[in-house]
Design a binder for this molecule. Structure first.
Ligand SMILES: Nc1ccn([C@@H]2O[C@H](COP(=O)(O)OP(=O)(O)OP(=O)(O)O)[C@@H](O)[C@H]2O)c(=O)n1
Ligand SMILES: C[C@](O)(CO)[C@H](O)COP(=O)(O)O
Length: 236
C-alpha cells in the first residue's frame, strides 16, 4: 500500500512520566541517544508522515526540559499537560484532539515517548492492517521465552502456555470516540488501564494484535537504553 493510500491519523504521545525505573537525573525521555533526546527521536517517527493530521504531546506541567529543545517551537506539535498516570495523560491528549477538530471515527495512534525505535515499516503496517478494522488494535510481539508463573516464595508454580501470550507495544490505534469513551469510563470506574487496549477490552471489545519488531522496545531500565545506543541507528 502506498503512503497516500494509508488512512489519515492523529497521534498522542504521553511523555509526562518521571522514569523512576531508569534512575537517571532527568525523565528518561530527555536522556541522550545518538546526540538527541529520546523524545525527539520518537517525535521524528511521526512528524513527516504524509497522513498525519496532528500530534499532541502530553508533558508534565512543570517540565523544564522540553522548552529548551529545538523542536519546542515546531507548529506541528501541540503541547498539553499530562496527568498523574499514563492513562490520565492520554485522556488529556484526547480532549485536546477534540479541540483540534478530531471527529468520532478518526483514527488516533497513542505511542509512548519512551519508544524511539519505531520503524516506519511497522507504523505503516499497523495503519494498513487496521484501516478497515471496526475496533482497531496495536503493535505487539509474541512471547519469545519460556514463561513461568511465580509463587509468593519466588519458586516456579507452573510453566505458562506461551503460544497465546503477546507483549503489548505501541502505537495502539483506535477510533477517537471509542477510545475516548472507553478510557474515560474505565478511569471513572477505577479500572487500572496500563495501555489503551486495556480500556477497550474493559468496554467489551477485542483489539487486534499486529506483529511488530521486537526492537521497538520501551526504554524502561538503564540496560534498555544501553542496548539501543549500541545499535543505533538500525531502523528499517
Ligand atoms: N503520568 C504519566 C506516566 C507516564 N507517562 C508516559 O507513558 C509512557 C510509558 O510509561 P513508563 O514507561 O511507565 O514511563 P514512566 O512512568 O516515566 O516510568 P516509570 O514507571 O519507571 O516511572 C512514557 O512515555 C511516560 O512518559 C505519562 O505520559 N504520564
Ligand atoms: C503502553 C505500554 O507501553 C504497553 O506495553 C506500557 O504498558 C506502558 O508502560 P507501563 O510500564 O505499563 O507504564
Amino acid at each position: 500500500m502506498t503512503a497516500a493510500a494509508l488512512p489519515p491519523f492523529w497521534v498522542v504521545i504521553p511523555a509526562a512520566g518521571i522514569g523512576s525505573r531508569m534512575r537517571a537525573d532527568r525523565p528518561k525521555q530527555y536522556l541522550q541517544l545518538a546526540g538527541r533526546s529520546i523524545l525527539e527521536h520518537t517525535l521524528d517517527c511521526f512528524l513527516d508522515h504524509p497522513q498525519l493530521k496532528g500530534l499532541v504531546l502530553c508533558l508534565a506541567a512543570d517540565d523544564p526540559f522540553w522548552p529548551v529543545l529545538p523542536g519546542a517551537s515546531d507548529p506541528r506539535i501541540q503541547r498539553v499537560d499530562g496527568g498523574g498516570e499514563r492513562a490520565d495523560s492520554v485522556l488529556n491528549g484526547l480532549l485536546h484532539l477534540r479541540e483540534l477538530g478530531a471527529q468520532e471515527g478518526d483514527w488516533v495512534l497513542v505511542h509512548d515517548a519512551a519508544r524511539p525505535n519505531l520503524a516506519r515499516a511497522d507504523l505503516d503496517l499497523l495503519l494498513a492492517e487496521l484501516a478497515d478494522d471496526p475496533v482497531g488494535g496495536l503493535l505487539a510481539v509474541p512471547a519469545r521465552d519460556t514463561l513461568k508463573r511465580a509463587g509468593a516464595d519466588g519458586r516456579v508454580q507452573e510453566t505458562v502456555d506461551r503460544s497465546v501470550i503477546w507483549q503489548a507495544y505501541t502505537p495502539q490505534m483506535f477510533h477517537f470516540a471509542a477510545l475516548h469513551r472507553a478510557l474515560a469510563d474505565a478511569l471513572v470506574a477505577g479500572v487500572a488501564v496500563t495501555d489503551e487496549a486495556s480500556a477497550l477490552e474493559w468496554a467489551g471489545l477485542a483489539p487486534r494484535l499486529i506483529e511488530g519488531r521486537a526492537d521497538n522496545l520501551k526504554i524502561t531500565r538503564p540496560e534498555d537504553l544501553e542496548w539501543l545506543r549500541q545499535r543505533w541507528p538500525h531502523k528499517v
